[in-house]
Design a protein around this ligand. Structure first.
Ligand code: ZN
Length: 246
């Protein structure tokens, strides 16, 4: 079984299409595991939801998914994210609202647990350091965990079965990563708004027979997405950041 692992699509249809076609060219996939924030920031929230639903799909909730349907208060967002959340709410229809409100916080797909932020606080906490990684490992009931939310790709390993000893590593591009004996937390990077100073959408493929994961990046027509965002009057900062990957 091959799972295409996508996070933080953020309503960027051009980025999503580039990832789907690249994944198809590299041997395809059986199911999409979507780690949340399918909407928010970008110009095509409804179309991105519709597109991933064309596939066999396991999806969980992200903070922007909940903000778009009023399940969390966008007042806690920064002004640009809040403006985008309000704009998104006006773009999606009842079917999208129903889908987004049906998303669980956590999904177990053995041997992985999928969560947007962390197991301590599923759509709020950013898992980026040893403390947050230990907190999630303490609650993790499967061997491995996929997270998103930070839009930063990494592989985080428990050392010698001790959840207090954590090793954060780069998640290399185009290089097989074997799922070893240690427990691991893995972030595939962001599809629609990468933030590791590389504007190319990032995604991963998990191969259950080979017990490995592989991360790839793709290019897409950033200017086309930016043009749509300008026409929608989305905040300038959100438009510019796409070309810098920040
Ligand atoms: Zn996000």
């Amino acid at each position: 079984m091959r799972a295409l692992v996508l996070s933080d699509i953020h309503a960027n249809l051009e980025a999503l299409e580039a990832v789907l076609s690249d994944a198809r060219n590299r041997g395809g996939f059986d199911v999409i595991w979507c780690l949340g924030d399918t909407v928010g920031y970008g110009p095509d929230p409804g179309a991105c939801v519709d597109r991933i639903r064309e596939f066999d799909l396991v999806a969980i909730a992200g903070n922007h998914d909940h903000a778009a349907i009023g399940l969390i208060d966008a007042r806690d967002f920064n002004p640009a994210a809040k403006a985008a959340a309000e704009w998104t709410a006006g773009q999606i229809d009842a079917r999208h609202v129903e889908f987004l409100s049906s998303l669980p916080f956590v999904s177990v797909q053995e041997p992985f647990t999928l969560v947007h932020g962390s197991l301590r606080d599923p759509i709020v906490e950013y898992l980026l350091d040893r403390d947050s990684a230990s907190g999630t490992l303490a609650l993790l009931e499967t061997k491995y965990c996929f997270v998103g939310h930070s839009h930063i790709p990494f592989v985080c390993c428990e050392v010698d079965g001790n959840p207090l000893i954590i090793d954060f590593k780069d998640f290399p591009e185009d290089e097989l990563v074997a799922l070893g004996n240690e427990r691991q937390i893995i972030n595939p990077g962001g599809v629609g708004q990468p933030r590791d100073r590389d504007p190319r959408p990032s995604y991963a493929v998990y191969d259950s027979e080979e017990a490995n994961i592989l991360r790839h990046r793709v290019t897409y027509d950033i200017a086309k997405t930016q043009k749509k965002m300008k026409s929608a009057n989305l905040p300038g900062h959100l438009i510019e950041r796409l070309e810098y990957g920040i």
